[in-house]
Design a protein around this ligand. Structure first.
Ligand code: SF4
Length: 283
């Protein structure tokens, strides 16, 4: 079954159910249908990435999450998938790529993130491997990895054979400010990436963009400082996911960036592959 067909049918069902925390998404990077978990229905994040596609994003605190309701929604989603797919002789793990903590804000800033991971582990234990999505992922900006409760949750994620996609869009402090709009020094971000790798299998995910600056068009992250950073975690990360901007960002500064060409994406990928990294590209 085509993921797009399943996505359309599940989206229709999800709209009827008015789920607050669970949403289906056709994911380029997950390469198929993903079941998203949104711990920030209030659209609050601690960063404001220039390319972010969240409408109405603002800096703010995480809301209180009704974790039992979240699990009810996910259980309802899995049951719908089982019923829908079994009528066609299919199993969930053949067609659903992952359950992904992503949503409209940074998932690890929610103090209930560990509780949600534990509840998910309990829920999934009730399903045979064939009737679960292929993976569980946490897509994070990595800013909370110094907190013990986040580390603990990622250890639990690891026990689910899950993985982390850790955002690294910059090679320098200035690029972190320009792209992610955070004053977090890149060296500290790298330390948090190293910490993340200790607890769970971790991929670096990097958005490559063209930016309008006073000096003309610039591709970010700058290749050399970016590779120098990666080299410090080379043996610890699983690999690198490089992606371009497929849809316009929804932030005030989004108009100052543009997608890079496939050629530039491939140039970055080739350089990394030649240096021994496992790389996937999503144009
Ligand atoms: S891309 Fe992610 S980390 Fe960046 S502002 Fe949007 S929700 Fe926050």
């Amino acid at each position: 079954m085509e993921p797009a067909t399943l996505f359309a049918a599940l989206s229709h069902y999800a709209a009827q159910q008015q789920w607050q925390y669970v949403y289906p998404v056709l994911s380029r990077r997950a390469q198929g249908l993903s079941l998203g978990i949104n711990l920030h229905p209030n659209h609050a994040c601690n960063w404001q990435c220039i390319y972010c596609q969240v409408h109405g994003l603002h800096r703010g605190h995480s809301p209180i999450i009704n974790v039992p309701q979240l699990m009810d929604e996910l259980q309802g989603c899995l049951q719908w998938l089982i019923d829908y797919l079994s009528s066609q002789g299919l199993l969930i793990n053949a067609v659903v790529s992952d359950i992904a903590f992503a949503g409209d804000g940074e998932p690890t800033t929610s103090l209930q993130f560990p509780e949600a991971i534990e509840a998910l582990a309990t829920l999934l234990a009730a399903y045979p491997a064939t009737q679960r999505p292929q993976s569980v992922r946490v897509i994070t900006n990595g800013s909370q990895l110094h907190h013990g409760h986040v580390q603990h949750a990622l250890r639990s994620l690891s026990m689910l054979h899950g993985e982390v996609w850790f955002k690294l869009d910059a090679g320098t402090d200035q690029e972190m400010l320009d792209i992610n709009q955070t004053r977090l020094p890149v060296a500290l971000h790298l330390q948090r990436l190293k910490t993340c790798c200790q607890y769970c299998r971790t991929w670096v995910q990097t958005a490559i963009v063209t930016r309008k600056t006073n000096h003309g068009l610039v591709t970010t992250p700058s290749l050399l400082p970016y590779i120098e950073l990666l080299d410090k975690v080379k043996s610890e990360i699983a690999g690198v996911l490089l992606y371009g901007i497929a849809r316009p960002g929804q932030q005030p500064l989004s108009s100052s960036i543009a997608p890079v060409s496939v050629m530039i994406l491939e140039e970055y990928a080739e350089t990394l592959r030649n240096a021994g990294y496992q790389v996937s590209v999503f144009a």
